[in-house]
Design a protein around this ligand. Structure first.
Ligand code: H79
Length: 414
């Protein structure tokens, strides 16, 4: 079982992933050729040579970039942490790296440190900040791993010592308190090499969490597959990295946005199973965040804020005896939250063996009438009266107060 030992991570439940790098300039298309895949992979998928791709840096001038605006939005959406791609597989550093000039300060007309701007904005708004760092794949360094290429002649050790370790050291010593390092795709990294990375992180910042994709079983929490929700209960700490459309980096042709309601249901589903939802935005090359993502997240944020109590700090719910087709459950000690996703006049839960001492609407804490009893089949039933003005509403939550600490999902035949 994986344990971050960081209470903030266990309680956070909702975070913002930001994928931003030179690939945003291509936005899914290079020399008239489109990638139908995730846009940050364009260099690999369209076989763009490093000496061509690196020229993009000369065009990177995100005059609309506003770190403060993004962090303020994340806060408004109810998110508790941000993970920013300090260096993705393309190998370009979004900070003033001393050990590679292939970075946003030295190689672009913009010349300003993006990581530092996020650091300062997060400090102003009391937001946790973590860094995505592609430890093994580096398509710019001749000795970094490349996907589906022959890596056999490479001197991975040389890359690690020249770029990976020194860059991690910079991120962990010059950018304040780093909440986590989000490692990804370990490729051929050995256990000893992964351990060296972990040791480096922990030596410099003992409270900095190491993500699941450090590889070799050394992660401090489980990172699920991209957009994948575990089907079985997992007791340890875990997180689902997820997209709003079908790409991480900005792709001008990807309009396959999920709607706000779908995102709300995914968030509650993940929380109900005990995980965190790390949801991505991919800013354009100008720094502008696509309107569609803002619109979706503004709406999601309304639900999150209104139902904050039923989301943050909740713990994993055991498998409920009957899958509800109209809602989902989350819980805290002595509280069972019923998220109602379809309109109804009464909320009925069967086979809950707890003593219910009270019920209230989470949005405004107003007490609700409830009845406990037995159905004609003889199992226990709890029925809560929905207030009249909520009869036609969906996406709200109700709290059931329980005498016992945890819900007891068992039939009480009586
Ligand atoms: O940063 C995001 C992705 O770029 C990264 N992880 C998330 C958080 C990622 N790295 N690898 N993968 C995701 C999975 C790789 C899938 C692949 Fe493919 C399938 C590589 C080649 C085939 C997708 C399709 C990417 C390129 C083509």
């Amino acid at each position: 079982m994986q344990d971050t030992k960081q209470q903030w991570f266990k309680e956070a439940k909702f975070g913002l992933f930001i994928h931003w790098g030179l690939y945003a300039l291509l936005a899914g298309e290079y020399n008239g050729k489109k990638t139908d895949r995730i846009a940050e992979w364009i260099m690999n998928d369209l076989d763009i040579p490093a000496e061509e791709y690196e020229k993009l840096a000369a065009q990177f001038n995100p005059v609309e970039f506003d770190a403060d605006g993004i962090v303020r939005k994340a806060k408004e959406w109810g998110m508790k942490y941000i993970v920013f791609t300090s260096k993705h597989h393309e190998g370009f550093a979004m900070w003033d790296s001393k050990c590679s000039d292939y970075n946003v300060v030295k190689a672009t007309p913009y010349g300003r440190d993006i990581v530092r701007q996020f650091r300062e904005a997060c400090d102003r708004h009391g937001m946790k900040l973590g860094f995505y760092y592609s430890q093994a794949q580096d398509w710019h360094d001749p000795d970094g791993y490349m996907h589906r290429k022959d890596n056999s002649g490479k001197n991975y050790r040389a890359y690690l010592e020249r770029k990976c370790f020194p860059q991690l050291r910079e991120l962990l010593t010059e950018y304040g308190e780093v909440a986590l390092i989000w490692f990804d795709t370990p490729m051929g990294t050995t256990r000893e090499e992964s351990q060296e990375m972990v040791d480096l992180v922990k030596r410099l910042q003992p409270n900095c969490i190491v993500s699941g994709r450090i590889g070799n079983g050394l992660g401090e929490y489980m990172t699920t597959g991209d957009n994948f929700i575990p089907r079985l209960p997992y007791e340890g700490d875990w997180e689902v990295p997820a997209t709003l459309n079908d790409t991480w980096g900005f792709n001008k042709d990807d309009h396959n946005w999920k709607d706000a309601e779908e995102i709300i249901h995914l968030l509650v589903k993940i929380n109900s199973r005990g995980g965190n939802y790390l949801l991505n935005i991919g800013p354009e090359a100008s720094g502008h965040v696509p309107e569609e993502s803002i619109k979706i997240l503004d709406e999601v944020g309304k639900y999150v804020n209104e139902n904050e109590e039923a989301i943050f700090g909740t713990k994993r719910v055991g498998i409920y005896a009957y899958e509800l087709d109209w809602g989902m459950l989350t819980r805290k000690d002595h509280k069972l939250y019923v998220h109602v996703f379809k309109p109804r006049r009464r909320v009925e839960l069967l086979n809950i063996g707890n003593r219910i001492t009270g019920a209230y609407l989470v949005a405004d804490k107003r007490p609700l009438e409830f009845e406990t009893g037995a159905t004609c089949e003889g199992c226990s039933s709890i029925e809560v009266e929905v207030p009249e003005e909520y009869f036609d509403r969906k996406n709200y939550s109700i709290c059931l107060e329980m005498e016992e600490e945890e819900p007891i999902f068992e039939p009480i035949i009586g």
